[in-house]
Write a protein that binds this ligand. Sequence first.
Ligand code: CTP
Ligand code: MG
Length: 168
Amino acid sequence: MPGILYQMIIYPIIYIWPAYVANGAPVIFGRGKRLPLDFNKKLWGKPIFGVHKTVRGLVAGLLAGLLMAGIESLFIPYMLIVGIALVIGTHAGDLLGSFIKRRIGHEEGAKLFLLDQYPFLILALLFALPFGSMPGAYGIIFLFILTGILHPLTNLAAHRLRIKKVPW
Ligand code: CTP
Ligand code: MG
C-alpha cells in the first residue's frame, strides 16, 4: 500500500515540484510594470505573448525552479537534469499558451479553460521525457488532476493576497 501511495502521489509531486515552482514564481516576481518578453511586438495585429509575460517573470521562474531542482538533486541526483528540462519546458509551455491565447484574440489574463492550466504541464513533461524516471501512467493522470485543482486555488490565493489582479 505505501508503495502505491509513493508511486501514484508522492513521487509524482516530488518529480513535478520544480515545474510548479517555475510556474508560480512569476506571479510573485513579475508583477507591476515590467519589460515584456515580446518587447510589445505584434504578430498579425495582436501581441506576440502580451504584457503579462515579462523578462523578470521568466528569469524568476527559471531561477526558482532551478533552485528546487538543485535541492532535490541532493537526494535524487537525476532530478538536476530532469528539473532543468522541466523548468525550461514549463516556460516554453506557458509562453505557448499565451501565444495561442493572443492568436485567438483573448486579452492578457483573460480566462481560457485548459489553455490556462495545462500547456506548462504538458511541455514540462515532454521536455523531461527523454531524461527518464517519469512517474507511471497513474502518476501522470494524478498530476493532471492535481494541476487542475491547484491552478485555480493558487490563483485565488494570489488574488486574495493582492499579488494577482484577477482571481483566476
Ligand atoms: N508572469 C510574468 N512573466 C512570465 C509569466 C508570468 O511576469 N513569463 C506573471 C504576470 O504577472 C502574470 C502572472 O505571472 O499576470 C500569471 O501568469 P499567467 O496566469 O500565466 O498569465 P496571465 O496573466 O493569465 O496572462 P495570459 O493571458 O498571457 O496567460
Ligand atoms: Mg492566467
